[in-house]
Design a protein. Structure first.
Length: 440
């Protein structure tokens, strides 16, 4: 693991990318992202090494990159006084051990690095448990490789004491039992938290029109949440700045209130253990009435990032038809003098899009109007007649529905409303004696 700033131990990393049939420019872009991940974990990149293969069979079972490149890597480590080597690939425990013997320092892969970043950024009890669960799920299948070079056995020889001598128990079996027990406890505790979260989400979905923010990490989701809701949540120009889902009230034009939720960002080759652990957290956004896919339009690999997000969403069972693509950071494109061309290409390739800058606020009014249009499309028009004493129903309707017309007489309140289908049951429960007449 890379030491964080809190530990006050500087880490200097050599980055290694082994790619199959990938051009040098794209390899550099991927290592740029790996460098950002290293920085997010508290390390500093001091050198890079790229290895290209014609096909997967060319990789080395022992060192992944081959003995010659491994020897060159050791020279890079020594020349740059590196303390850690970070691979942009997933390595087996045996490959990690072989490489560490050759280069003389720690070696980690991309998955372990991302898990380390999540562990350092987790703040809530739920996210900490989710990260620990993912780390243990990552570690458990690697125990055999980790211990294959040792012959450790507990309870053997004279070390066990009276009544404890005998064939003993292998250390790997002890570790597996400890991890298995901890996994069971984590799953049980998370199950309790997830049930509570499910109740909260169901209550919110039934009371408000809900909008979820999804996207690649560092695309600007938290900045957009702050811009639209004045939430003042933490945002920064770094990968995985926030992990916990945050939900805030967002008032659309016409005074209609919605609930806007921000979620953890995605990244290329996100460890599947993390996707599984954070599934319930992501579910809050995925169950929303509408999803805003926030895209960093200034990134050189923007289409690859879009594909990564859509693949994860599909894996989670998300309906991509309720997606609006939000092309963010247009201010950075304009600074480079190529904004119009980039936006034209993206709009041609993507479905419904809107162009904004969350940092400056440009285009956010257009985004609000587009969301309002989607809101209206999801609505059914009712004429509601209720007693004048139905204050809760009237207040809810004004806050969450489009009120086209309303009148009072001595006994009744009558209103013509556009009501999102997801809120109809909630409105009926607020005033069971009210009469709902569908008009279109």
């Amino acid at each position: 693991m890379i030491e964080t700033a809190k530990d006050k131990v500087p880490e200097f990393a050599v980055l290694v990318g082994a790619y199959i049939g990938r051009d040098l420019g794209l390899a550099d872009v991927h290592l740029d992202e790996l460098e950002s991940l290293v920085s997010a974990a508290g390390g500093t990149s001091v050198a890079r090494l790229i290895q290209r293969f014609s096909d997967l069979r060319s990789t080395s079972p022992a060192t992944y990159i081959g003995s010659g490149k491994a020897a060159f890597l050791a020279e890079l480590v020594e020349a740059n006084e590196a303390t850690i080597v970070v691979f942009d690939n997933e390595l087996s425990p045996a490959q990690v051990r072989s490489l560490e013997e050759i280069v003389g320092c720690r070696v980690i892969d991309r998955s372990e690095l991302i898990l380390d970043i999540f562990a350092g950024r987790a703040r809530s009890r739920e996210s900490r448990l989710q990260v620990e669960l993912a780390q243990l799920q990552y570690t458990a299948p690697r125990l055999r490789g980790m211990w294959s070079h040792l012959e450790r056995q507990a309870g053997t020889g004279g070390a066990g004491g009276m009544g404890l001598r005998g064939p003993g128990e292998k250390q790997i079996e002890i570790d597996r039992r400890i991890i298995s027990k901890r996994l069971s406890r984590l799953r049980a505790e998370l199950d309790t938290i997830h049930k509570r979260r499910k109740r909260e989400v169901n209550a919110r979905v039934g009371k408000h029109y809900c909008v979820g923010l999804v996207g690649y990490t560092n695309a600007g989701k938290s900045t957009l949440l702050n811009s639209l809701t004045s939430a003042e949540t933490y945002s920064a120009d770094q990968l995985f700045a926030t992990l916990d889902t945050k939900t805030r009230r967002w008032r659309l034009p016409g005074g209609i209130d919605t609930m806007l939720s921000d979620t953890v960002g995605f990244v290329r080759d996100l460890p599947h253990q993390l996707v599984a652990s954070f599934r319930s957290t992501l579910q809050e956004a995925l169950e929303a009435d509408l999803l805003l896919h926030v895209i960093d339009a200034s990134h050189p690999q923007v289409m690859e990032q879009i594909t990564t997000v859509e693949e994860v969403l599909e894996d989670l069972g998300c309906d991509l038809s309720k997606l609006i693509c939000v092309l963010n950071k247009v201010d950075l494109i304009d600074e480079a003098g190529e904004g119009e061309d980039v936006i034209t290409v993206l709009r041609a390739r993507l479905p419904e899009t809107v162009v904004i800058s969350a940092a400056t606020g440009a285009g956010t009014d257009g985004l609000a109007n587009l969301v309002l249009e989607r809101y209206k499309e999801s609505c059914t028009f009712f004429r509601i007649t209720a007693p004048v004493s139905s204050g809760k129903l009237q207040a809810f309707a004004r806050a969450n529905c489009g009120v086209e017309e309303e009148t009072y007489d001595a006994e009744h309140w009558t209103a013509q409303l556009s009501v999102p289908e997801s809120l109809v049951a909630r409105m009926r429960s607020l005033c069971p004696e009210a009469r709902f007449e569908r008009i279109r």
